[in-house]
Design a protein. Structure first.
Length: 169
């Protein structure tokens, strides 16, 4: 018996039937698209203070809106190390993926701690470390505090990059 020209021996079943081929293509496409956007619509929280949504995936692009520490945002899509989010205020923009957390940020919790102790703990010092440095005379907390106050604006950063002939990927 001779087989029709489209059907050959030892070929995959999906090539025998055009409808199966279409169903296979549709399933493969759906699976690929759904896995690429599986995080879309997820709720995440801003885990770093001082974050702003940006117009594009660059720290030098224009700021759209600031985000508060602990603010909930909705993930629209992720590309490379950036996430496009929308905030509760109706604004949308790009933020680095590293500043977002799936865990809810609890802020406003008060602890009975001395302000100096808190500042030292933030710098990685314990009470015994503080005493040791004070006795050695090598500690210069004022210099550290002055360095932390130094702020570089976006325009200053752009000028620095331009003057040095540097580009940002």
């Amino acid at each position: 018996m001779r087989l029709p020209c489209r059907v050959q021996k030892n070929t995959a079943l999906c090539y025998h039937f055009p409808m199966l081929r279409k169903i296979f293509f549709l399933c493969a496409t759906t699976l690929a698209l759904s896995s690429a956007y599986c995080d879309a619509g997820d709720r995440k929280y801003v885990s770093v203070p001082g974050v702003s949504m940006r117009a594009s995936r660059s720290n030098l692009s224009g700021k759209i809106a600031p985000l508060s520490y602990g603010e909930q945002v909705t993930v629209v899509r992720e590309e490379r190390k950036w996430t496009f989010v929308s905030s509760g205020g109706g604004k949308s923009g790009w933020v680095p993926s590293s500043v977002l957390s799936k865990k809810k940020i609890v802020s406003g919790v008060f602890v009975d701690v001395d302000a100096k102790e808190l500042a030292l703990a933030g710098k990685g010092f314990s009470g015994s470390d503080e005493g040791e440095y004070k006795m050695s005379g090598r500690a210069n907390y004022d210099a550290v505090d002055n360095m932390e106050k130094n702020v570089v604006t976006d325009s200053e950063l752009r000028e620095f990059l331009s003057d040095g002939g540097l580009t940002v990927e």
